[in-house]
Design a protein around this ligand. Structure first.
Ligand code: SF4
Length: 694
């Protein structure tokens, strides 16, 4: 913990870790941050916090921060520190040379769910206006892109439906593929309070997560499904709802498309979707599935919360639609205590998607193929927008290896460590003629870069983050950027050097432009955020005070759309050669690839990544706690220490990915969601053997 003495003043800002979006008072002495104190007026956290937001801010002043821009002609050369002007001119020249040689579509960029809405908006604007293509994507591609697709298809909006506070009215809480205690701790505490009051808990997860240990007044049920069988499980839950007459007929008749509903009903009631028929697929006893379906459907209020255990699968989008189907069929949409609630891992996953980072959508999920949408943006931006969707991140990698994609601008994302199948990513990055990395540290991706532009932490800039409940919170600058520029200023400088002028003087002007172009943001401004503290979008003429609960009266698409969700088994299966299924997750004290949390002063937090294995699987292999294990998949091999744990089901192993050396993504494959290419991090068939040393 950094403590510089008695604070002199404080600034209210927003945590830059998870999607709960807790508000903090940054207590300052001069320009030194004394401590972070959870802000009682915070609409998402009401004065609560977890260890990360409270204590893990030392990375902002860590010696590893990049303090000046650097360039080099090729990746085998040493970095050369230069002034900002030279670095920006070098980057712009290389991008232009790359386009001149390989064509307009040969470059693109990646936005970050760690950065602010305003920064993200500017990067995608730069790509569309200055690069002249739609090759923009976000790191949300590898986490919640199926949420965007699945919820937009079924409910008409790519966002969760509730406030966090809504959980206090839930009678049955269904948690699927999420581990809130470690990944969303402040919301997990709220959920636990509701459980102690007597709500019923159902957890669908291959692991026995800690939430199941919460002492509470109601009952709890664990559905330990096999990795990769989510869709089979949700179909069997819906089958019980339909065949046992547990539907909300009134809600379906009034709020849902009748043809789509009838088609779905015919499909879901087929015998192959019954819990009994799917028992061997999911591994969950049919009697438990029936019990869970009844507990959810019969509750006065049933709420679903899900995480990356839903989205990071080859059927991630199908599963999101299956969850929405289940909520609509039981009438659990449109009031407090119910809903479909994606728990976002990073602080601004929602915002990075809202701000037009996707290659097919402009801000506000407005499709590039729509001429009226393009005309609106073209008029304000004074440019022409391509009507063809651009490349997604995995397509960029493939095109780089094929030699047609040659230039990439990456803001705040360590793709070399966080994307799956590291060997493939490294081959793509090595093939680039121009890689520009804008980051706060010299990350793994920077090893392949030609230009390094220092990034700024959340403490060094103004802006907004949008949390998992669509709440737009202010981020306020408490100290100057270590390298002299906020991230949005860097993007603006690059755009100007490329010949597309940008002249913003403050992020509030960027938000004003976002509000002009984004129908769900027309009522959002910094002045209103100052007045209200936070705003949940949609905030516009129809919802001038914002929208805590979505879909209360109707859906943006009119009627709710039931989607057919046929279960298709993943290609990644246990076999004689790779008999165990690996799944991945996080621990409380670390965050993603650990770039920030590993750079805190508390060494007790720096637990290594380990492989958790069930006692029976350990026994047949003669493994004990602390043994070194070689873990092989069909794409790679890594070494981790063994931890024997009965949290795992037999046949399933688990690890985290917080340390660069552990290489979890060396073994994950490039299987991905059929609709969005979100990687299938959650299922990798592996072999495990004891080795003498790493
Ligand atoms: Fe930050 Fe999330 Fe912890 Fe809140 S729960 S303090 S947003 S990491």
């Amino acid at each position: 913990v950094i403590d510089h003495g008695v604070p002199e003043h404080s600034v209210v800002t927003t945590c830059a870790y998870c999607g709960v979006g807790c508000s903090f008072e940054a207590q300052m002495k001069g320009d030194k941050l004394v401590r972070m104190v959870p802000y009682k007026g915070g609409d998402a956290n009401h004065g609560h916090s977890c260890v990360k937001g409270r204590f893990a801010f030392g990375y902002a002043t860590h010696k590893d921060r990049i303090r000046e821009p650097m360039i080099r002609d090729s990746i085998d050369q040493a970095w050369r520190p230069v002034a900002w002007d030279e670095a920006i001119a070098f980057a712009a020249r290389r991008l232009r040379e790359t386009q001149a040689k390989y064509g307009r579509e040969s470059i693109g960029g990646i936005t970050s769910s760690r950065c602010t809405n305003e920064e993200t908006y500017l990067v995608q604007k730069l790509i569309r206006a200055a690069f002249g293509n739609n090759n923009t994507d976000t790191c949300a591609r590898v986490c919640h892109s199926p949420t965007g697709y699945g919820l937009k298809t079924t409910l008409g909006e790519s966002a969760g439906t509730q406030t966090f506070d809504s959980v206090m009215k839930a009678d049955t809480i269904l948690v699927i593929g999420a581990n809130p205690t470690d990944a969303h701790p402040v919301f997990a505490s709220q959920m636990k309070r509701r459980l102690r009051q007597g709500a019923t808990l159902i957890v669908a997860d291959p692991r026995r997560i800690d939430l199941l240990k919460t002492p509470h007044g109601g009952s709890s049920l664990h559905l330990p499904l096999k990795p990769g069988t989510n869709v089979a499980l949700v179909n069997s839950l819906a089958h019980v709802v339909v065949t046992e007459g547990l539907e909300d007929a009134d809600f379906i008749a009034k709020r849902c498309d009748s043809d789509a509903y009838q088609r779905w009903r015919d499909f879901i009631q087929e015998p192959q979707n019954s819990p009994e028929a799917l028992e061997t697929v999911t591994g969950v006893p049919a009697v438990q599935v029936r019990e869970a379906a009844r507990a959810y459907a019969n509750a006065a209020n049933g709420a679903i919360y899900y995480g990356l255990g839903v989205t990071e699968h080859s059927q991630g989008s199908t599963m999101v639609m299956g969850i929405a189907n289940l909520a609509m069929a039981t009438g659990n949409i449109g009031r407090e205590g119910v809903g479909v609630n994606p728990l976002r891992g990073q602080n601004n996953v929602q915002g990075s998607c809202d701000m037009g980072s996707f290659p097919h959508e402009l801000p506000g999920y407005q499709h590039v193929a729509d001429p009226a949408v393009r005309e609106k943006f073209e008029t304000l931006w004074h440019t022409t927008i391509d009507d063809e969707p651009g490349l997604r991140i995995p397509n960029m990698f493939d095109a780089a290896i094929a030699g047609t994609f040659k230039g990439l601008y990456v803001q705040g994302e360590d793709i070399a460590q966080s994307d799956p199948n590291t060997q493939h990513v490294e081959a793509a990055l090595t093939a680039l003629d121009c890689l520009i990395v804008q980051d706060i540290f010299l990350n793994e991706t920077a090893k392949y870069a030609h230009v390094l532009l220092p990034g700024s932490t959340f403490l060094e800039k103004n802006g907004t983050f949008t949390n998992a409940e669509r709440r737009i919170n202010r981020v306020r600058k408490v100290m100057p950027p270590v390298a002299g520029k906020e991230d949005w200023e860097v993007t603006q400088a690059l755009s100007n050097a490329l010949g597309y002028p940008m002249h913003y003087t403050h992020p509030s002007e960027i938000m004003d432009e976002i509000a002009q172009l984004t129908p769900t943001f027309t009522g959002v401004s910094y002045a209103r955020l100052e007045e209200r503290g936070s705003i949940q979008w949609p905030c516009n003429d129809a919802f001038p005070d914002g929208t805590p609960t979505m879909h209360a009266l109707d859906f943006p698409i009119g009627k709710g759309n039931f989607a057919i969700t046929e279960y298709v088994a993943t290609e990644e299966r246990a076999s004689r050669r790779y008999p165990l299924l690996l799944t991945t997750g996080r621990i409380l004290s670390q965050y993603n690839v650990g770039a920030q949390t590993r750079r805190t002063d508390n060494s007790a937090w720096h637990a290594e990544d380990v492989l958790e294995i069930h006692p029976s699987d350990a026994e047949v292999r003669g493994l004990r706690d602390g043994d070194w294990l070689g873990i092989s998949s069909r794409v790679g091999r890594t070494v981790l220490r063994c931890r024997v744990s009965d949290r795992m089901a037999p046949g399933v192993v688990y690890t985290t990915f917080h340390h660069p050396g552990s290489g979890a993504n060396v073994i994950t494959t490039d299987n991905s969601d059929w609709a969005t290419n979100c990687p299938e991090y959650k299922v990798t068939a592996v072999q495990v053997e004891r080795v003498s040393q790493p």
